[in-house]
Write a protein that binds this ligand. Structure first.
Ligand code: UN1
Length: 482
């Protein structure tokens, strides 16, 4: 049984443990994980609140060393951690490995950032006065992570939180406690004072009220669905006393625009990777393929051809490109949307079939699905499906492509495939998204640069890179008289 980590101790859960099941083979139990109740969540917050001032006073070098230790161990154990990630989440091994490496690099990046906390010194408008602008830790940070990146997303929240002197209470997603626990175990040996980092596992519906509403929590970093994100925001502002600051990364309905002059191979590569890799379970997935008339038929034919060769199977088997859907509930949602798309009048030209078994293994397998003849007003093109499902939207020209791409409530990432410098510049400038990709997939981002979206996709400062300091520090302006 895997226990919580609270106040520097491994603690048994207050409720019955939860099973972690392998979606590639539902007979395989990955492990049992403790479940917390509100009292345990509150104990974790108390431990974090008690430890935080000490961690804030630690030298930048102490913080850097701790984060570097974590990053180094993740990188050294990348094969084993990738196997665990693939086993509990269903991400194909190569992608799982990439994610683990990303997590290690993020800790190393923020080890460096801990040594580079910036400030400014400005001349005052008053004679002789000096103005200092410094950054201080926020306090206790609640980290709420989703299931689709079991180690990288926790890493890109926890590493900056610790780098800038905050204490952390980390609640991983219920479906993927394994990678979270492994990460916590590494952090537990990194030399942090007891209570600086805490792990509580369990359901958001049970723990959310305490983790968001406790006045000792100063900030909440959340990645997940839009509906839950709105509830997080409401809890952060409606609690008594000081509001918690919050950072929300939510859904996407990301367009990949393919223009007439695109290189077909590049466009297909971007679309297949963006739409279907990681089983389409990325908020950055390219779910709307906006394709101009003159290339449309060639693009669809090449997509179907390519999709016929995407090996679906056990995430840990060599040669698997597409792993299973994460669980039965998500599979039901994907299948419901595929049925809805057909009722709305889109035509399914590839995949979309649920396979209860692959190679004799029972799992949540779904063949990547491609719709054509879809319109941007259909629900399959407006709502986030979060599975290996993409639709082609045929448009006349680049102007209509841009209008359709931006006609969405979301704005996380957006891509364009073109060989024209002029068109690339035009789309770069006018796509309404936090991240724009030119001749590259909309998903799969670098670990050291800002990540985040616009419109209903995101709220609050960017994650990752040095921009993460905006969320994980508070600014103080100090006036010093002559
Ligand atoms: C990526 O595309 O590399 O939940 C990262 C998500 C995003 C992370 C995507 N926050 O899918």
């Amino acid at each position: 049984m895997h226990r919580h980590y609270i106040g520097g101790e491994w603690v048994t859960g207050a409720a019955d443990p939860a099973e972690n099941i392998n979606p590639s083979d539902t007979r395989d139990l990955v492990g049992l994980y403790a479940q917390a109740n509100g009292v345990q969540a509150s104990e974790a917050i108390a431990a974090a609140a008690a430890a935080q001032p000490g961690w804030a006073a630690a030298t930048p070098q102490q913080r850097a060393d701790a984060l570097d230790f974590v990053g180094q161990e993740i990188l050294l154990r990348q094969v084993e951690l990738a196997d665990l990630l693939a086993r509990e989440e269903g991400k194909a091994l190569a992608d799982a490995r990439g994610e683990v490496v990303r997590a290690g690099q993020i800790f190393k990046f923020f080890a460096g950032e801990a040594l580079r906390v910036p400030g400014e010194l400005l001349a005052s408008v008053r004679p002789g006065m000096a103005v200092e602008i410094t950054r201080e830790p926020v306090g206790v940070v609640t980290v709420i992570a989703p299931w689709n990146f079991p180690i990288a997303i926790p890493a890109w929240k926890i590493a900056p939180a610790l780098a800038y002197g905050n204490a952390v209470v980390f609640k991983p997603a219920e479906l993927v406690p394994g990678s979270a626990w492994a990460l916590a175990e590494i952090i537990s040996r990194a030399g942090l004072p007891a209570g600086t980092f805490n792990l509580v596992m369990g359901r958001g519906s049970v723990l959310g009220e305490v983790l968001l509403g406790d006045p000792r929590v100063a900030a909440v970093s959340f990645t997940g669905s839009e509906a839950t994100g709105r509830r997080v925001a409401a809890a952060c502002v409606s609690r008594p006393g000081a509001m918690a600051r919050f950072q929300l990364e939510m859904g996407g309905k990301n367009p990949l625009v393919v223009l007439d002059d695109a290189e077909l191979d590049v466009a297909v590569q971007c679309a297949v990777n963006g739409a279907f890799f990681s089983t389409g379970q990325r908020c950055t997935a390219s779910s709307r393929l906006v394709v101009t008339d003159a290339i449309h038929d060639r693009f669809v034919a090449a997509m179907c051809e390519r999709m016929a060769h995407l090996t679906l199977g056990d995430a840990r088997r060599a040669g698997t490109v597409i792993g299973p859907v994460v669980d039965a509930r998500q599979l039901r949602q994907d299948l419901d949307y595929i049925a809805l798309g057909q009722r709305e009048g889109a035509r399914l030209v590839a995949g979309g079939q649920h396979r209860p078994q692959v190679d004799g293994q029972p799992g949540h397998y779904l063949e990547p699905a491609l719709f054509v003849e879809s319109s941007n007003s259909m629900r399959i093109n407006r709502e986030e499906i979060f599975g290996p499902v993409a639709s082609v939207i045929r448009v006349r020209d680049a102007d209509e492509a841009l209008a359709v791409a931006n006609d969405t409530e979301f704005g996380l990432s957006a891509g364009v495939c073109t060989t024209s410098l002029k068109m690339a510049a035009h789309f770069k400038r006018h796509l309404q998204a936090g991240m724009v990709m030119v001749n590259a997939p909309t998903a799969g981002v670098d670990p050291h640069v800002p990540f985040g979206g616009r419109k209903a996709s995101s709220h609050g400062p960017r994650e990752q890179g040095r921009h993460a300091a905006e969320f994980y520090t508070v600014v103080k302006t100090t006036y010093v008289a002559p």
